[in-house]
Unconditional design. Structure first.
Length: 146
């Protein structure tokens, strides 16, 4: 993936095109969008490392919490593509975790790593919601989940 400069990263704007129609998941996705934009703004505004770190850590923790909650529902209702969906979450989490470790260890420029994480999360989240999460919408709605 090509690393973008923070100034080149547009804000990630939540709109109804991202809505899965599963209220709890949509609300969680909106929070993740907010974290991504907060991290972008913190880096662009040359905020302290503490603020960048706190925002980045919050984004990662909240994303993992969201994945767990989503997977619980998908497994509970026997979503037929559960294994693939879970693997997608795991692959993403492993990549971002690896970058976060580099960021925290000081082995790489912290702002570059944070910018790379922001770009990866932004791109992945858009694709994941619009393709993989949309794939479960009709299935869950048929089970009465909204």
């Amino acid at each position: 993936m090509k690393t973008l400069k923070v100034q080149q990263m547009p804000k990630l704007v939540w709109d109804e095109s991202y809505a899965t129609k599963i209220k709890a998941f949509d609300e969680q996705h909106e929070v993740i969008f907010t974290y991504i934009n907060d991290l972008r703004d913190a880096m662009m505004g040359k905020k302290s490392e503490e603020i960048v770190n706190r925002t980045l850590k919050g984004l990662l923790q909240y994303s993992v919490t969201h994945f767990i909650e989503e997977e619980i529902v998908l497994l509970k209702y026997d979503y037929p593509d559960f294994d693939s969906h879970q693997k997608s979450h795991q692959k993403f989490t492993e990549e971002v975790r690896r970058l976060f470790v580099e960021y925290k260890s000081g082995k790489a420029n912290s702002r570059i790593i944070a910018a790379e994480i922001t770009a990866i999360v932004t791109e992945w989240l858009q694709i994941h919601i619009l393709q993989e999460d949309f794939a479960y919408t009709e299935f869950l709605m048929s089970k009465g989940i909204q």
